[in-house]
Design a binder for this molecule. Structure first.
Ligand SMILES: Nc1ncnc2c1ncn2[C@@H]1O[C@H](COP(=O)(O)OP(=O)(O)OP(=O)(O)O)[C@@H](O)[C@H]1O
Length: 236
């Protein structure tokens, strides 16, 4: 059995019949990889993530997730997704950090199940992994963008996924915290969580990931980000 956790072969995708967003994509990722996807705005990065998550359905080609054809893949707990702008809570949002992380257990618990002691422990462990235990009782809306993003990672980690998918998690986060955030991702990667991340933070990508791919309708593995001028990548 292959150790590839994602295998995409010759996949194309269109939202509208006259506009191909992704064309003949071949891509794979192995357990333990930390993969970065870069490319211009509108190049199809989020669309590709949604294909992998089963939220978009490919027009052609095949996708295998953890060695299973995507149509048959049911083990949703193996993958966690932190979407773009997940950190858009305003100050008045009535939930504590702890409660937000508990939401990550809803898929396995069902919404009306009581949170038991072992679930509280899982929430605490997840917060520990992102260095946020001291904020457990804080209102989520009172946290900075970078802190909120850590809480979302904790919410994603609480179900113990093997693959964490992140779509531009550092939008609106200042440079110092971007660097700290990527350090955290590297730490998780060392703890055997595979990571697939879309980001415009090219420097952070260059410093942390194991493989980088350039997505702009097609996909291409790249060895050095210096091969691509910043404006082509839509960098900030
Ligand atoms: N639900 C949708 N319906 C129709 N077209 C869409 C939809 N979502 C995205 N698109 C189009 O598909 C193309 C790719 O969008 P996508 O969001 O995947 O790009 P991206 O590389 O993630 O961009 P960005 O870096 O700006 O987030 C764009 O032209 C976009 O307008």
């Amino acid at each position: 059995m292959s150790d590839k956790i994602i295998e995409i072969e010759d996949v194309s995708f269109q939202y509208d019949y006259d506009k191909t967003v992704l064309s003949h994509i071949n891509f794979s990722m192995r357990a333990g990889d930390f993969v970065g996807l870069v490319g211009p705005n509108g190049g199809g990065k989020t669309t590709l993530l949604k294909l992998i998550l089963g939220l978009n359905k490919a027009n052609n080609g095949t996708i295998r997730i953890f060695n299973t054809p995507i149509q048959e893949f049911k083990d949703k707990n193996k993958i966690a997704y932190v979407s773009q702008k997940a950190n858009a809570f305003n100050r008045g949002f009535p939930a504590t950090v702890e409660e937000v992380v508990e939401m990550g257990l809803t898929a396995s618990l069902g919404i009306f199940k009581r949170i038991k002691k072992q679930h509280k422990l899982a929430v605490y462990e997840a917060l520990k992994k992102v260095d946020m235990t001291s904020y457990a009782k804080e209102n989520i809306g009172n946290l900075s963008g970078g802190q909120q993003q850590r809480v979302f990672i904790a919410r994603a980690l609480v179900s113990e996924p093997e693959l964490l998918i992140l779509d531009e998690p550092t939008v609106g986060v200042d440079q110092q915290n971007v660097s700290n955030f990527f350090d955290l991702l590297s730490k998780l990667n060392q703890q055997h969580i595979s990571l697939l991340i879309v980001s415009h933070d090219l420097q952070a990508i260059a410093n942390h990931v194991t493989n980088v791919f350039f997505v702009n309708k097609t996909i291409q593995a790249i060895d050095s980000l210096e091969d691509y001028p910043l404006f082509t990548l839509g960098g900030e």
